[in-house]
Design a protein around this ligand. Structure first.
Ligand code: C5P
Length: 224
């Protein structure tokens, strides 16, 4: 059967990851969370005090980084590994969220990760979510979705997610972080976040998770 690439882009905390994961599971596709890859690089940079303004240091650090996704049989989810260590919990913490957009604006980092993402999608049958999937990583993707939602809804969702993991964060602090990331992500020179011309817009403010998934699965079936 024909397999396609589904590219899901959009702002932070619009429900991209959970929607993409569910769509992939229904279609029997692989799911790749590219945000997790940028978060893993950020964690490495923080742990190793890599200067974000020193290209040599960045180049050397990138040579030391290996990112993998491994299935976790306990949670039935995919966990992110950095150099063989499970960092799934750590990369979601606010210390990483605070720095990730600055790290993601660095062209060397983007080149390093985009090449890996393109390799992962070679065989198609993939749902990939991020900020530049439909515009840069897979401009030829058969289905492109751009997700958005109102800020308060996004912040509340992120707060609930963090709480589930035992981190209690003030809503205002989350709103500040999301606004800061939106600004850096949309205004950076290299691969800024924007809706691809041929992407379908889904506003998730007032629709249920099930509806989002249903809409995307229906759109993907039209492309098969
Ligand atoms: O998706 P998530 O919120 O985990 O992404 C974290 C950050 O990684 C984003 O705010 C953005 O700065 C960066 N990112 C990116 N390009 C991608 C995926 C994520 O620049 N494809």
């Amino acid at each position: 059967m024909k397999k396609i690439i589904i590219a899901i882009d959009g702002y932070s905390a619009c429900g991209k990851s959970s929607t993409a994961k569910a769509v992939a599971s229904i279609l029997g596709y692989s799911y790749i969370d590219t945000g997790a890859m940028y978060r893993a690089v950020t964690l490495y940079f923080l742990q190793n005090f890599v200067s974000l303004t020193n290209p040599n240091e960045i180049e050397n650090a990138l040579k030391e980084i290996e990112i993998e996704f491994r299935h976790n049989p306990k949670t039935q989810k995919s966990d992110t590994y950095l150099n063989g260590i499970n960092v799934e919990q750590e990369i979601r913490q606010m210390t990483v969220s605070d720095k990730v957009s600055e790290v993601s604006a660095i062209s060397q980092v983007r080149r390093f990760l985009v090449a890996q993402q393109q390799k992962m999608g070679k065989k198609k049958g993939i749902v990939m979510d991020g900020r530049d999937i439909g515009t840069v990583v897979f401009p030829e993707a058969e289905l492109k979705i751009f997700m958005t939602a109102e800020m308060t809804v996004r912040a509340k969702r992120r707060q609930d997610e963090l709480l589930e993991k035992g981190e209690l964060v003030d809503l205002e602090e989350i709103i500040e972080n999301l606004k800061k990331r939106d600004l850096i992500d949309t205004s950076r020179q290299d691969s800024p976040l924007r809706q691809a011309e041929d992407a379908q817009l889904i506003d998730t403010t007032a629709i249920t998770f099930e509806e989002q998934v249903k809409q995307i699965v229906a759109m993907s079936k039209q492309k098969l």
